[in-house]
Design a protein around this ligand. Sequence first.
Ligand SMILES: N[C@@H](CCC[C@H](N)C(=O)O)C(=O)O
Length: 283
Amino acid sequence: MKLKFTKMHGAGNDFVVIDAIHQKIDFTQAQWKQLANRRFGVGADQILVVEKPQSAGVDFRYRIYNADGGEVEQCGNGARAFVRFVTEKHLTDKRAIKVETMSGVIEPRLEIDGDITVDMGAPILDCARVPFDSTGLVGKNQGRDMLWPLDVNGKTIWISAISMGNPHAVQVVDDIDSAPVEMDGPVIERHTRFPKRVNAGFMQIIDRSSIRLRVFERGAGETLACGTGACAAVVAGILRGLLDSPVKVSTKGGDLRIAWQGETSSVEMTGPAVTVFEGEIDL
Ligand SMILES: N[C@@H](CCC[C@H](N)C(=O)O)C(=O)O
């Protein structure tokens, strides 16, 4: 079957985006994985599938598959690519869109300057809902945050466990360039304390309104940027008393702006989304 797709990226986090409103999509996990494969397929960190809404009051449903073929709950950079896609394909003429995801409704909007802002909803800080198993662990308070010890490669690291619809373990490091992302990322991703696995964030604080961030993503490895990872890092930094909203998050692929007013407020993420090329593939 010939599949039409669009290759896109948001700050270098790259996507294959598929219109499943006008094409019938019924792929296996192995086929998603092949599509995302950089040698045997198109290549992407995530595959984004745009569908008709399932509930009243929303405009679209948006589904996310990691490069390993597994379906996941949320993708921040993908949400901005999604808006660029439905706008360029004339699937809507709205500038503010309501989108169903596996983890709830998010509300992206197209800004006048072409950037896209996404209301990502409030962070989830309750360990059980992240999900993170803190049974028997002794945490330590930093500001309003609770840091948890994790044994990783023979040392203890201290993480914030946060969900932005998808799970994140965020740690502060002195220097992002020498942080052990390749070595510790895969171990944190599959740590037994995270029953659904986790995205591992490494954050360097530059000043109270800027950080540098690398994320080893669940199901995709280190990416050039992770939108939900940026949201989780800023939430952790604000809770720890290290950051004030808004915060510039510099990633290997570009900058994002994250604003959060605390506890029950939504996290707002602003950044770019770019179409690279259109294609067709026979799977
Ligand atoms: N790149 C994304 C996150 C994609 C999903 C993630 N790898 C997970 O498994 O939760 C983003 O921009 O948020």
